[in-house]
Design a protein around this ligand. Structure first.
Ligand code: GYE
Length: 358
C-alpha cells in the first residue's frame, strides 16, 4: 500500500518535475495523493527513514525529520513524546521520526534519507559530539536547515546548524558537586575521606562529557574526595547495574555513586541491594543521578536515591518555536540553554511528583 502511494507520488513528481524541481513548496496538487492516502496517524508512527527518495513535502505542512538517539532511558521516552505531540498535522507539521538505536552511523543514514526526501527541516539529537561535518555539509548543500536539540555537535563551522537547544550539562555536574559538598557537611562528613565512583553516560555524548567535566571541577575543590573509578553505563538501567556490580566487586568502601542518568541509578540501586548493602539517606552508599524523571522521585520517596539533578527533555515546543521564527525570517539565538533545578529527599517530593510532566 505504502509502495503504491510512493509510486503515485513519484509518477506525479516526475510529471511535474520541471515545475517542482528544487522547490520545497511543491504545488499543492503534486502532494494531493499523499495527503489523501496517508492516515493522519502516520505522523505518530516511526516512519522508515530508509524509504526511497521522494519529496516528503506535504502541501502546507512543514516536514521535519527528527534523528533521535534511541529509546535508552525515561528521559529519551519523554523527549520522543514531546516531539510526537508537538509536530502533528494538526499543528501544521509532518514528522518523520527515526530511532538510531544509539548508533551514530544510523543517525547519519537517517539524515541522508531526510535530505533525499527533501524535508523542510532536519532536527538531530546527536548520539556523540564528533564526526558530523560531512553529513551536515550535505544538508547545507541541499539547502535544508539543521537544528540541534538535546546534545551538542562539535563542528568547526557553526553555520552548519541554525540553533541548538538543550541542558547545560557542565552546570548540572557542578550543581551535583555543590549539592554533595553541602550534604556531606550537613552529615558531619565534610572533612572525611570520601570514595566515589561514576557510572558515566555514553562516552562522547555531550551529556556525559559535560556532567563528567562539571563534577571534575568540583572534585578539584575537595582534596578529601577520591574518584576511585569511572565506567560507562550507556545511559541504560541494565548497563548501570552491570557496572555497579563490577565496582562493588573491586572496591569495598564506596561512599558515593554518581550516575550520569536516573536509569543507571535504578540499575545501580538494584546492584547495591543484591550485594547486601544499603543506599539512600539512611544507607551505606549515597546515590545521585541526573534527569529527574518521575521514577527518580519514586526512588527518592522509597529511600533509595538521594538526589537527582534536572535535565529537561521537553524540547518539542522549543524546536517548533525555532522553526516558526525561521519560517518568519526572524533571527534565532544560536545556543539556547534550558533552566534546570534539582531535587533531594529534604523536599516535599510527593507534591512535586504530582505536578511533574515527565
Ligand atoms: O540524561 C539520558 C539520555 O542527552 C540529556 O540522554 C540526554 C541524556 C539523558 O539517555 O537519560
Amino acid at each position: 500500500m505504502k509502495r503504491k502511494v510512493l509510486s503515485a507520488i513519484l509518477i506525479a513528481a516526475m510529471t511535474l518535475s520541471l515545475a517542482a524541481c528544487g522547490s520545497k513548496e511543491a504545488p499543492a496538487d503534486t502532494q494531493a495523493p499523499a495527503e489523501a492516502e496517508e492516515p493522519a496517524a502516520d505522523a505518530e508512527e516511526p516512519a522508515d527513514a530508509e524509504e526511497p527518495a521522494a519529496d516528503a513535502g506535504s502541501g502546507d505542512l512543514i516536514t521535519v525529520g527528527y534523528a533521535q538517539v534511541g529509546a535508552e532511558s525515561d528521559w529519551r521516552t519523554a523527549n520522543t513524546e514531546s516531539f510526537k505531540s508537538t509536530f502533528t498535522e494538526e499543528n501544521g507539521y509532518k514528522l518523520i521520526f527515526d530511532d538510531a538505536q544509539q548508533k551514530q552511523e544510523n543517525q547519519i543514514k537517517a539524515i541522508r534519507s531526510f535530505i533525499q526526501q527533501e524535508v523542510d527541516y532536519i532536527v538531530v539529537a546527536p548520539v556523540v559530539e564528533t564526526g558530523w561535518e560531512t553529513v551536515l555539509e550535505e544538508a547545507k548543500e541541499a539547502g535544508i536547515p539543521v537544528i540541534l536539540s538535546d546534545r551538542m555537535m562539535d563542528v568547526s563551522d557553526d553555520s552548519l546548524f541554525e540553533a541548538w537547544v538543550g541542558g547545560n550539562f557542565v552546570k548540572e555536574g557542578e550543581t551535583c558537586g555543590d549539592w554533595l559538598a553541602d550534604y556531606l557537611e550537613s552529615q558531619g562528613r565534610g572533612e572525611e575521606e570520601i570514595n566515589m565512583v561514576t557510572i558515566q553516560g555514553t562516552i562522547g555524548a555531550s551529556a556525559q562529557v559535560g556532567r563528567t567535566e562539571g563534577m571534575a571541577n568540583k572534585l578539584a575543590e575537595h582534596s578529601n574526595w577520591k574518584m576511585l573509578d569511572m565506567q560507562s553505563g550507556e545511559f541504560t538501567q541494565a548497563k548501570g547495574q552491570e557496572v555497579m556490580e563490577s565496582f562493588l566487586k573491586s572496591y569495598d568502601d564506596i561512599d558515593v555513586v554518581i550516575c550520569e542518568n536516573d536509569n543507571e541509578a535504578f540499575g545501580a540501586i538494584d546492584a547495591i541491594k543484591a550485594a547486601g548493602k544499603t543506599c539512600g539517606p539512611d544507607g551505606d552508599i549515597i546515590v545521585v543521578s541526573f534527569d529527574s524523571v518521575k521514577a527518580a522521585f519514586e526512588s527518592m520517596i522509597a529511600g533509595d536515591l538521594n538526589a537527582t539533578f534536572e535535565c529537561n527533555p521537553l524540547h518539542g515546543p522549543r524546536v517548533a518555536e525555532i522553526i516558526q521564527k525561521l519560517e518568519a525570517g526572524e533571527e534565532v539565538d544560536k545556543i539556547q540553554y534550558v533552566d534546570e533545578a534539582y531535587f533531594d529527599t529534604s523536599m516535599d517530593l510527593e507534591a512535586i511528583l504530582a505536578e511533574r510532566a515527565y
